[in-house]
Write a protein that binds this ligand. Sequence first.
Ligand code: ADP
Ligand code: MG
Length: 572
Amino acid sequence: MLRIYLRFSAYFRPHRRMLGLGMVLLLLAALVEPLIPALMKQLLDHGVVQSGQSAWPWWVVPLAVIALFSARALFSFSSNLALSSVAGKVVATLRRDMFARMVVADSRWLAKESTSSLINTLGTEASVAADSFRIVFQGAGRDLLTVLALLGYLFWMNWGLTLITLTLLPMIALVIRVVGQRLQRVVQQQQQAVDEVNYVIEENVLANRMVKLHLAQHQQVSRFRNATEYLRGRQMRALAAAGAMTPITQITASFAVAVILSIALSQAQGGELTVGGFAAYITAMLMLINPAKSLSDAYANLQRGRVALERIFRMIDCPEEENLGSYAPNRAVGAVQFKEVSKTYPEAGAPALNRVSLSVAAHSVVALVGASGSGKTTLVQTLPRFLLADSGEISIDQVQLQDWELGALRRQIAMVSQDITLFNDSLLANVCLGETVDETRAVQALEDAYLLDHVLSLPQGIHTVIGHDGRQLSGGQRQRLALARALYKDAPILILDEATSALDSESEQKVQLALERLMQGRTTIIVAHRLSTIRKADRIYVMDRGEIVEQGNYAELIAKDGSFARLIRQQT
Ligand code: ADP
Ligand code: MG
């Protein structure tokens, strides 16, 4: 717990001046606190005199009361403001750090996290953590100081009695600890329940058409009901645990107060205490209860904040992609070689790739064909190191992939696959993804991808924002936009993974032309089932269950009359 808060405190270091200001103000607010019972004592002992003749003019006391309370309010308010502003800045930094890590995270780690849980950590948990800090600081900081200031005053007035008070405190502390542990467990469960609810929402937004088509709404509604019901239960428990904290502390505290009261009363009767002294002592005692109570609330907040921080730091500490290589040429020539590459997915029985060897000469075109599930996508995903092979060697320009600097490696590769990812941004930004924006080149790329006519017909042209995942575009237009992006990237190696499989025939023709333009002067690995594309390939590899079973050019493979010939016959 201490370690995690120490680490968290590093986030406050850049704001230490504001933080210091907030703390000074807190201190001032706390120091004003014992002045109130002190004033009470003076008032009773000197202000009110039995005979009715006051030693002070009448207006002194009311003025002092107003001044003291105003000072307390002013100090509290401004310390509040200072601390909130620091908390806000810390939230922003935490979010930036998490996001920066997320985009370089190892894909295997990301695959295990649900989007909703990441969103929750980035959004809610960051503010919960900083808020818990603010509340703890303000509450515990101020209340702790108040308690200390009041205790100091009590000691000064009557140390014997105060010692007895202090021996009672550990009792309260123990109670707080026991309830607090339970609270922490419940809070953790509550967070998991929130993730689950978010997850159901996320899935249903993404798959809403499927849900409608299969009339699965009832099923999903009851699934959601279960998730929310579970969450409600956890929230109730957390509320009950947090709520029980205060009354339990109060009841424990009342025992302490009762003991002290009786001793003080007997001392007063013995004449050791003046009336003013007694009243001031009891006032200070009672003033102690509220801050002591919020101290126990602060504990609940501390627990909640710790759970949030654990999730946040787990995300910030997630494994990055391995990047140990240093080979970083500006532009590769583009010779690609796979040697005995094997890959078995975790929790899969058969290998997805089984000792696959193939080489692609620079600027040549290789086609991968084979039944669905034969390992074609797996093979091409290893090239940009989206997947790591279990064994075997993969090289570009005779340099093994792990010796390439990861960024340099990926700069050499343009990829168009079946599922196209578009950003809810302008067409221009989508074409120039990750590159410096050059409008002339982007227009050229769109033209070469046969998309410019359509783009120009849009009201804002190239600056049109294409909507969430580019839903305003047809399948063929999306495909051509992806090709324009690949053209713009102008990488020496091109991977096309069923890039034309989801097209109508009108778009297909255009995409085909665009593809041919794209392939010029590049090393191309094309996963295809269209005859027209395959026929032009320099070499064709036929895959079956993770292995290469045939290779050769089109004529050779047809002449061989093996698996390839069979595949082609199935198509026509
Ligand atoms: P293709 O692209 O030729 O259709 P894939 O490379 O996508 O084939 O898949 C090859 C095999 O690996 C299949 O049996 C598939 O079920 C399996 N596979 C693909 N992706 C994963 C994954 N992420 N986890 C586990 N198994 C996978
Ligand atoms: Mg595939």
